[in-house]
Write a protein that binds this ligand. Structure first.
Ligand SMILES: *Cc1c(COP(=O)(O)O)cnc(C)c1O
Length: 368
């Protein structure tokens, strides 16, 4: 048996006719840039996230970058974030003109530890960028409290967390701005790149909207220098179809996660990912901590099971960030997670016999 880490083709087969019809309607109208298709999808996303507005952009990375600029980050001002994340979190802060400043993670959730944030604050700090890693919410209440007290903006990197909930609110609706990615492997994946910024703050969102179109409000008049970063109408059409299925797909992922959880709590060598109280995760990844992680990974791969390490090298150890002045050992929990974590197949279309095969192989590895 071969079990893939993610099989987007299997999902596509279930919605093929609707996607093809939506794509055809964009060609029929030849309205490829912004227009009604994008505006409708922005409204649907705002409703889904429980905010008042949304701006479609070219990628999740651009959502973060434009959000930093909308919050006024520039000239090496600092944004506090986690070192244990996909590279784009730090890269976007850097490319906006800021500097990422790291605070170590809570080992239970893999997310930024609010108790470590205040230590990272300097007189150059302007914002906090929590990442809801793997689809599990960062502990937002203490983060929002620190931000309020210190006058900092909060930009949520919700690229992996669409629809995840924190005490009744959805990812993206808690900070000043919320950023999403529609990279095909995200829970709501486009047929290419795409991203979105959502918010209840119309003024900030308006800045993002201007920045995505060369900083221009009126054609050929530019008060600020922006980017060309728009969500394609073709992508919006595809995403609009898929958004209708998202809640069901998230339920499917949670059902698979519950089956893994029940099996792994019985084992000493494997820890399932605990869920923060009052939160509903969406499992963009199902990530365990495992004894002899590299051995397990190789054994599963040899058995035909897709699995992956997210992320093998923390941001503070990346060569491109040497200038930030961090070194190995600075964020021990992040580094430990990099050495112990392993992502297993959890997508909604995963079949029961496939998941049982994964579980059997994990058990077989430790029984040897
Ligand atoms: C995917 C991802 C991004 C970047 O999104 P792109 O659409 O690929 O640019 C940013 N942050 C996190 C945590 C991500 O997982």
């Amino acid at each position: 048996m071969e079990v893939r880490l993610l099989d987007i083709k299997r999902q596509y087969e279930t919605i093929r006719a609707d996607v093809e019809e939506a794509v055809q309607s964009v060609f029929d109208s030849c309205g490829f840039i912004l227009g009604l298709t994008v505006r409708d999808f922005e409204t649907e996303m705002a409703d889904y996230c429980g905010v008042t507005g949304a701006v479609g952009v070219a990628s999740g990375t651009d959502a973060l970058l434009l959000s930093c600029r909308a919050c006024g980050i520039e000239h090496g001002e600092e944004v506090i974030t986690t070192p244990y994340t996909f590279f784009a979190t730090g890269g976007a802060i850097w490319n906006a003109g800021g500097r990422p400043a790291f605070a170590d993670i809570d080992p239970a959730t893999f997310n930024i530890d609010p108790e470590r944030i205040e230590d990272a604050i300097t007189d150059k700090t302007r914002a906090i960028m929590p990442v809801h890693l793997f689809g599990q919410m960062a502990d937002m209440d203490p983060i929002l409290e620190i931000a309020e007290k210190r006058g900092l903006k909060v930009i949520e990197d919700a690229a992996q967390a669409i629809g995840a909930e924190y005490k009744g609110k959805r990812a993206g609706a808690l900070g000043d701005l919320g950023c999403f990615s529609f990279f095909p492997s995200k829970n709501l994946g486009a047929a290419g790149d795409g991203g979105m910024v959502v918010a209840a703050d119309d003024e900030l969102l308006d800045k993002v909207r201007v920045l995505r179109a060369h900083g221009s409000r009126q054609n050929y008049v530019h008060d600020v220098v922006g980017w060309n970063s728009r969500l394609d109408a073709l992508q919006a059409a595809v995403l609009s179809v898929k958004l209708r299925h998202l809640a069901g797909w998230s339920d499917g992922r949670r059902a698979h996660a519950a089956i893994y959880d029940a099996a792994f709590v019985e084992m000493d060598e494997v820890s399932p990912p605990p869920v923060l109280e009052g939160c509903t995760p969406i499992y963009n990844q199902y990530v365990i901590r495992a004894t002899d992680r590299d051995g397990l990974k190789n054994f599963l791969a040899e058995s035909g099971i897709g699995c992956a390490i997210y992320y093998p090298l923390s941001l503070h150890e990346q060569a491109c960030f040497t200038d930030l002045g961090y070194r190995a050992g600075d964020f021990p929990e992040s580094e430990r997670a990099a050495g112990e974590s392993l992502s297993l197949p959890v997508y909604s279309e995963l079949r029961e016999e496939e998941q049982q095969f994964v579980l059997a192989k994990v058990k077989e590895f430790y029984a040897r």
